[in-house]
Design a protein around this ligand. Sequence first.
Ligand SMILES: [Zn+2]
Length: 149
Amino acid sequence: MHQTFIAPMTCPVCGTTSDDTSTGMQIGELPYPTDPPLYIHVGDRYRMTFARIQSSGCRVIRSGDLGRPYRLLQPWDCPTCHTISQWAFVEFTPEGDELVVRSITPMPKTLETLQQADAVSSLIVNEYALGESDWLSVLSQRIEEEQRS
Ligand SMILES: [Zn+2]
């Protein structure tokens, strides 16, 4: 089972805004107290800690109390110009024993964006076929190389 983030996503390549499942922002099912919804929107709540997002197919970098929202780096595709594997941040604000989806925002595919992420979708990690141990430093190198070329 997967869930899909839905938010207005404006493509940095063609400028078109897509606000439905066509952006393909999939994540493994988040832990949910009742029947899990198929779609995730800004304002939705989950009874879980950010560390548990690991069980939904994400690699967690930081999960302690950060004093700010957590940022999950999530890939998305533009259905209009078909630019795939673009990046977005899904921000989660901790409230008591819940996480609230605070924002879903396109981000530039840069090293700076990667360094601000607290977790990375395994879809991004798998795209670069990275192993278990030093995946973050290798991914950082690859993105730096892509930026330079
Ligand atoms: Zn586009």
